[in-house]
Design a protein. Structure first.
Length: 350
């Protein structure tokens, strides 16, 4: 009989309810057992799940094997360290921490506890990103020299639903909210960048956190990457654009999984992660000197692959689906971006 692990989840907001709980439920070897929340957990969708009043109560439950931390940003590192000290495996929402030094603390603690500490970077399993990765790895675009990644986020008036993020201070703006996704995808494709040039701004009147993030990365391979989130841009920009020596690809719109989850769908139902043909990306490639244009079918997205990877890592059968070392690079890039924005200079990545 396959081994089963009992899971405790910290937080039942957007992240805990939609990005974690459904995919934990979908893995046969993981049993969501307890959630730290004051909200109601739907007993029909998540039968047998208990609610508890505090993280400390969750930590004291010796029956739990894995703690998933989807709490406010400033709690991620201390809660992860406490869970590791209690002998639990941990999954940690982004941003895992606010500095690369904090990530190194977690790496050291996980090694000492002989437990998995796994950053949650579900956007590696977006269908559009998987499509970009497939095109690059196949050589269909030739030698890639330019990569562009935008996140549509038009919000001229800050949402009251996200008011808690303002209280997060340093980690409450777009740089630490959506920046980790864009940076993680770039380093997953191209490795550690050599340098960063960035503009991090607060544009909205009375804004307390950054709402413009524009990061330029250069890589040893010669790739230049532009990553951008601008809360005051209402116009459609490509989610991805990649240009190479043999062709180019661009894709608009967002992966459909988040919208499906919020609409009430569950990942073990229907053709999960499939995208309509009308939303596929377009490519141009050179054949005998002629430009040939067409569409590229979007790979089906699958956030569930992350938790299947977590289960395999806990069994000791595979490496973690996302390495903490990757997050250390991510945070080094964020810190360099902040220095670059403050000084107006290109900053080298050590």
């Amino acid at each position: 009989m396959a081994k089963s692990f009992r899971v405790g989840l910290v937080g039942w907001g957007l992240s805990g309810r939609y990005f974690h709980a459904p995919f934990i439920r979908a893995v046969a070897g993981l049993a969501l057992t307890a959630v730290v929340t004051s909200r109601q957990v739907d007993p029909d969708l998540f039968p047998g799940v208990q609610t508890v009043g505090s993280f400390e109560a969750l930590l004291a439950d010796d029956s739990l094997d894995l703690i998933v931390i989807a709490s406010p940003n400033h709690l991620h590192v201390p809660q992860a360290l406490a869970a590791l000290a209690a002998g639990k495996h941990v999954v940690i929402e982004k941003p895992v921490g606010d500095t690369a030094v904090a990530i190194q603390q977690l790496i050291t603690a996980a090694e000492a506890a002989d437990r998995c500490a796994i950053p949650f970077q579900n956007r590696r399993w977006d269908g559009d990103f998987q499509t970009v990765k497939k095109l690059i790895e196949s050589g269909a675009l030739g030698e890639v020299h330019y990569y562009e990644s935008h996140w549509p986020k038009y919000q001229p008036i800050p949402s009251q639903r996200s008011a808690w993020k303002v209280a997060e201070g340093k980690t409450g703006g777009l740089l630490y909210d959506l920046g980790p996704h864009l940076i993680d995808q770039a380093i997953h494709l191209f490795g550690v960048p050599q340098s960063v040039y960035a503009q991090i701004r607060t544009q909205r009147p009375g804004g307390l956190t950054d709402d413009l993030v524009r990061i330029n990365l250069t890589f040893a391979s010669g790739v230049h990457a532009l990553l951008e989130v601008d809360a005051l841009n209402p116009f459609a920009t490509p989610r991805f654009q990649v240009r190479g020596s043999a062709g180019a690809f661009q894709k608009f719109g967002l992966d459909p999984q988040e919208a499906a989850l919020q609409a009430g769908a569950m990942p073990d139902e229907g053709l999960w992660g499939a995208e309509l043909a009308e939303d596929w990306g377009e490519w141009v490639t050179a054949v005998s000197g002629m430009g040939v244009q067409g569409t590229v079918e979007t790979v089906r997205g699958d956030y569930g692959a992350f938790y299947h990877g977590v289960y395999a890592a806990m069994l000791g059968e595979a490496a973690a689906p996302v390495a903490l070392a990757d997050t250390a690079v991510q945070l080094a890039v964020i810190e360099a971006a902040l220095r670059s924005s403050e000084t107006g200079q290109v900053v080298a990545i050590g």
